[in-house]
Ligand binder design. Structure first.
Ligand code: SF4
Length: 324
């Protein structure tokens, strides 16, 4: 049994009287100690999928229209708000892209970590502060004894993201969902934070869902990858299979837009156009207006997902590469 098992997840957004699909038929599984990367441009449904897993869509305009989300065998979508709160932050935790908007600017970081601990653990405030100190050390904040009393604005972007990771790890979760955790950081700090996540995963034995628009970041720490485009998974495989036999034109486009460190280039290859908005009806394959391989059948029929090799799923009429 997978640690996290998502089947046919459908999310819709209320627009007037209409319910427009934003995530359709998403199925994903994450095993113990595994890292799954979900990659795609903004507006492809990655973050909404994560928020649905965490139960953070309640009260928003987004509705769960179908599917199931099982975590350790329990259907998260069937839990009461109280049961859900007990799971979130304890067995599952999430870190967000911009820590400045997640951390409370008027509380010291140590107090914020302590409160996260006390939400789920019975211990004294002194014990919780000691635990917060241990966590700051664990995420390699320099001089944690002093930093525990700092306010978020007194720390660098990289340090704030480490504080967010410390908060997420407060109760040793089995699953960490990281939504663009390095996007707001410069390249060297980004590398350090990814390295930190990798070492914490090995130490704590947790699974990670890493959401990113950057295929390069995903390739660094993920065991398998799901590529999303306009609310659907268009390619899914182990990281090694994906990189040795990339099949979907959109995945190839994402790869082409990664800057090379080997040689200077004047221009990066960019995928032409943009992700269509929800209001724009696109008949056939949603990627066809941007696809170099599109032909008439792509404009009339939406491709279904099929296996191009064992455990390598592609949603395309004309998969590229050797297995097409
Ligand atoms: Fe491109 Fe056609 Fe495949 Fe869509 S179905 S990704 S348009 S080749």
């Amino acid at each position: 049994m997978a640690l996290l098992d998502i089947r046919d997840l459908d999310l819709r957004i209320a627009r007037g009287r209409e319910l427009l699909p934003v995530v359709q038929g998403v199925s994903l599984a994450v095993e113990e100690n595994e890292t799954l990367g979900i990659v795609g441009e903004s507006g492809c449904g990655k973050s909404l999928t994560a928020l649905a897993i965490m139960g953070l869509l309640e009260g928003s305009v987004v509705r769960i229209a179908g599917g199931s989300v099982h975590f350790r065998g329990r259907d998260l979508l069937a839990l009461s708000p109280d049961e859900r709160r007990r799971v979130m932050g304890d067995q599952m935790a999430m870190i967000f892209q911009e820590p400045m908007t997640s951390l409370n600017p008027v509380y010291r970081v140590g107090d914020q970590i302590r409160e996260a601990i006390l939400q789920h653990r019975r211990m004294s405030r002194k014990q919780a502060r000691d635990r917060a100190l241990d966590l700051l050390e664990l995420v390699r904040i320099p001089d944690p004894l002093r930093r525990i009393d700092s306010f978020p604005h007194q720390m660098s972007g990289g340090q704030r993201q480490r504080v967010m990771i410390a908060m997420a790890l407060a109760c040793d979760p089995k699953l960490l969902i990281a939504d663009e955790p390095t996007t707001a950081l410069d390249v060297t700090v980004q590398k350090e934070v990814l390295e930190l996540m990798r070492s914490l995963q090995a130490r704590n034995g947790m699974s990670i869902v890493l959401i990113s628009h950057d295929l390069g970041v995903v390739s660094e720490i993920c065991d398998k990858v799901a590529v999303m485009y306009r609310g659907k998974i268009v390619e899914q495989a182990s990281t090694s299979t994906l990189f040795s036999n990339m099949s979907h034109p959109y995945t190839l486009g994402l790869l082409g837009s990664i800057p090379s460190t080997d040689h200077d280039v004047e221009w990066l290859d960019a995928i032409p156009g943009r992700v269509p908005t929800l209001d724009e009806a696109v008949p056939g394959c949603a990627f066809h207006p941007r696809c170099f391989a599109a032909n008439e059948s792509c404009r009339s029929a939406d491709p279904s997902a099929s296996a191009v090799s064992p455990a390598h799923i592609v949603r395309c009429h004309f998969p590229q590469g050797s297995s097409s």
